[in-house]
Design a protein around this ligand. Structure first.
Ligand SMILES: *Cc1c(COP(=O)(O)O)cnc(C)c1O
Length: 422
């Protein structure tokens, strides 16, 4: 049997251990130090690049997680109890959960068909309607680069600027993706990055916040280190957090930065190969850059299945409660009380996932939109049906640095063998 092909697995350059050894040798085994500073410098060089045009001057703060980066960005935008924040519904929960940590309310905005990301028209409708209903402006806007795909950033920024609402870009999945040649995370007031084990690069766990200037960076660092005042004893005048990245994790990050461009190139190559090999398969459509200004990193390669497409075993889809869950290795999972919910992928999608699983290939449905999550049933949502309909027909395919050309051929052959052709 082949080794299991995972969706996206961290890949070490070999240099990580040198940076970590240096941290031990110099006794910098703490949440600050030369690797943290070095990693931030490397990231700044990376995000500020504009493909030959004059570089930007953004600043980066390394943090313990991407979720922490979202949380601190919201605080820096003044989000507090009773406020509202506009957030893309089609996302992973880490985009919206920190809004609730702050006692604020997420207001979900649905997606547009072409990018699968925040629909600018709905965004504007939501802003107007929230102002009409509450008499107050939402405090921030969070578009999300789902699977790495850029959002329609020129329109989103134009709307945000017109209403004077700050934008927090959730580019956790979109590290290195570009819109009109500019790296995602650098358009808005803040940009969120993640270095979790399954993201574009890893620090085992970690994240970063891209900031506009040195002052914003200092504010974020202050909140990330328990918000301390300069006295000879602990004096606290604001609530802070323990969110700084450790010097050991940053050492992994510095090693990863030596291969980040190779990783991105590889993800794009895998995407191209899927497109090539699946182009004649009726009923399966790859999700591609919708226009020349979009340049996805293709963190995950995704496809949609025509509802009419028939897949072997689909009559048995959802017959059993599955044990474990998406990202199941990550922790404790509640055992589901039923095999189905009122909003789930079509039977043919689930059947294809099972066929791939039996062939030792990890595949996953698209992220279930937040406005369809029970935990957010009371949150306001501006919906056009796009994310829910994509959730029902979509599937994520393996794309990481370990996925070889031969693996892609094997995955596509397995997909073809799983289809029932009349
Ligand atoms: C992974 C992810 C995050 C959070 O990152 P962590 O480092 O895992 O905390 C935020 N938003 C999105 C869309 C993500 O996929």
């Amino acid at each position: 049997m082949r080794e299991r092909i995972l969706l996206c697995l961290a890949h070490m350059s070999g240099k990580e251990q040198d940076f970590i050894k240096e941290a031990f040798d110099q006794n910098w085994v703490v949440p600050l130090g030369p690797n943290v500073n070095g990693f931030e410098k490397d990231l700044e060089g990376f995000v500020n690049d504009r493909e030959g045009a004059a570089p930007l001057n953004k600043q980066v703060v390394a943090l313990s997680a991407g979720t922490a980066a979202v949380h601190l960005a919201l605080i820096a935008c003044g989000v507090g109890h009773g406020d509202e924040v506009l957030v893309q519904s089609f996302t992973f929960c880490a985009s919206s959960h920190p809004i609730t940590y702050l006692g604020a309310t997420p207001v979900f905005v649905d997606s547009e068909r072409d990018s699968w990301n925040m629909d600018p028209d709905l965004l504007e409708e939501a802003i107007r309607d929230r102002i009409a209903k509450t008499g107050r402006k939402p405090k921030a806007i969070i578009p999300v680069a789902l699977y790495g795909m850029p959002y329609k950033m020129d329109r989103i920024m134009e709307i945000a600027n017109r209403y004077e609402i700050p934008v927090i870009e959730d580019a956790a999945e979109g590290l290195g993706s570009r819109y009109r040649g500019q790296v995602l995370g650098t358009f808005g007031k803040y940009g969120v990055l993640s270095f979790n084990g399954n993201k574009m690069i890893t620090t085992s766990g970690g994240g970063a916040l891209i900031c506009d200037n040195a002052e914003d960076k200092r504010t974020i660092m202050w909140y990330a280190t328990q918000a301390r005042e300069s006295y000879p004893y602990y004096q606290h005048e604001a609530i802070g957090y323990n969110y700084r990245m450790s010097n050991i994790c940053a050492g992994i990050g510095r090693g990863q930065m030596t291969v980040i461009n190779d990783h991105i190139a590889h993800h794009r190559h895998v995407q191209e190969l899927y497109c090539e090999l699946l182009k004649d398969v009726k009923g399966i459509t790859m999700h591609c850059n919708p226009a020349p200004e979009y340049d996805s990193n293709f963190w995950l390669c995704t496809a949609t299945l025509d509802p009419e497409l028939r897949v072997k075993g689909q009559e048995n889809a959802y017959k059993e409660v599955i044990t474990g869950a998406v990202g199941g290795a990550a922790g404790v999972i509640h055992t589901a009380s039923s095999a189905t919910t009122d909003c789930q992928p079509n039977d043919n999608v689930e059947a294809l996932r099972v066929c791939l699983d039996k062939a030792n290939i990890e595949a996953r449905p698209l992220w279930k939109p937040m406005h369809k999550q029970p935990v957010y049933k009371d949150a306001p949502a501006y919906v056009n049906g796009v994310s829910e309909s994509l959730f029902k027909v979509g599937i994520c395919l393996p794309a990481g640095p370990y996925v070889t050309d031969d693996d892609v051929r094997y995955i596509v052959d397995t997909i073809k063998e799983s289809l029932i052709n009349d």
